[in-house]
Ligand binder design. Structure first.
Ligand SMILES: NC(=O)c1ccc[n+]([C@@H]2O[C@H](COP(=O)([O-])OP(=O)(O)OC[C@H]3O[C@@H](n4cnc5c(N)ncnc54)[C@H](OP(=O)(O)O)[C@@H]3O)[C@@H](O)[C@H]2O)c1
Length: 293
């Protein structure tokens, strides 16, 4: 088994690299920039833009692998809304191309996707629920998913996840928990929305789930998120309680006041029955993970 990890500089990519090293699984890692993950040996790394289709194809042909976990993406939801052309090129077209290369080489292909493929009217989504994305980001991921779902090649899997958090090296973005811990430990007030509900996912759990999918050569869609769906405001209260800071630092606000460019699904969260049964996926609670952040 040899794994190709795209997006190895990202939060999930770094955890996948760590899993491969710990489990002595041969791997190749790629991201667009220089290697920012000191745990990833330079000999296992290549700087490749996945939208350079010829370069990607040549690289994969010259560095054969058995499995691809495709995490690389344009992940800033508002940036995607403001620049749909780039978003679709990275998240849809480049994913589609990677999938084509995987098919040509008979490789197992896992695509990382998102709760933002759903419209957020009901929450607790199962793998069989029908997506209806609201944003450019959500659409770009749903388009990428459909290339797999509608393909005659069946050696693929999709891992959908929700607000991924954890600690990594030189990440290009913060996550809600790192930001909350930083602000609250300085005694700063934070304003958090009460009308959007999510199941935040510890990156270590997500990486374990993805590795289980690969190890067992699973195919089809899997929902992998944290065990609890909470409002963003409630997430703030849980972090404040853990840090022993006053809950009065958490100010409730409505999402409309944020004027974010991209529309977001109000209620997501996943039904985890399939992942628990088929992958043995048992995600940690927020409190169990906070000591590692
Ligand atoms: N984070 C979340 O809350 C969340 C929620 C739902 C779904 N997801 C999905 O989960 C996956 C992993 O998320 P993440 O948080 O680990 O992402 P991330 O931290 O934003 O990392 C994304 C990675 O993609 C790489 N990348 C971006 N454009 C590229 C390109 N054109 N060519 C090559 N590499 C490129 C970046 O490389 P450089 O850093 O070198 O530029 C970066 O390492 C993504 O597919 C995302 O859509 C994430």
């Amino acid at each position: 088994m040899k794994l190709l990890i795209t997006g190895s500089n990202g939060l999930l990519g770094q955890k996948l690299v760590a899993n491969c090293i710990a489990q002595q699984i041969d791997f190749q890692a790629i991201s667009s920039g220089d290697n920012r993950n000191p745990s990833c040996p330079e000999s296992n790394y290549a700087s490749i833009d996945i939208t350079d289709f010829n370069v990607v194809e040549k690289f994969i042909n010259e560095n054969p692998c058995t499995h691809i976990i495709h995490t690389a993406a344009m992940t800033n939801v508002d940036a995607c809304e403001l620049d749909p052309t780039t978003c679709y090129r990275v998240n849809h077209l480049a994913s589609n191309h990677l999938f084509e290369v995987a098919q040509a080489n008979q490789q197992h292909f896992t695509l990382l996707s998102t709760d933002f493929v759903f419209d957020g009217k009901t929450g607790n989504y199962s793998e069989t629920d029908l997506p209806n994305p609201l944003s450019v980001y959500g659409k770009s991921k749903w388009f990428a998913e459909q290339e797999l779902i509608n393909s005659t090649y069946t050696n693929w899997a999709i891992a959908r996840t929700i607000i991924v958090y954890g600690v990594g090296y030189s990440l290009n973005k913060s996550n809600i928990f790192s930001w909350l811990i930083n602000e609250l430990t300085q005694g700063k007030e934070v304003s958090l929305i009460t009308d959007h509900f999510r199941a935040p996912t510890w990156a270590e759990d997500l990486a374990s789930g993805c590795m289980a999918m690969v190890r067992h050569q699973q195919t089809g869609i899997y929902h992998l998120c944290g065990p609890e769906t909470l409002s963003i405001f409630e997430i703030g209260l849980r972090v404040a309680k853990y840090l022993h800071v006053s809950p009065s630092l958490i100010k409730p606000i409505d999402s409309n006041t944020l004027n974010q460019p991209a529309p977001r699904p109000p209620i997501t969260g996943f039904n985890l029955n399939k992942a628990k049964t088929e992958l043995g996926y048992e995600p940690h609670t927020i409190e169990q993970t906070l000591e590692f952040l």
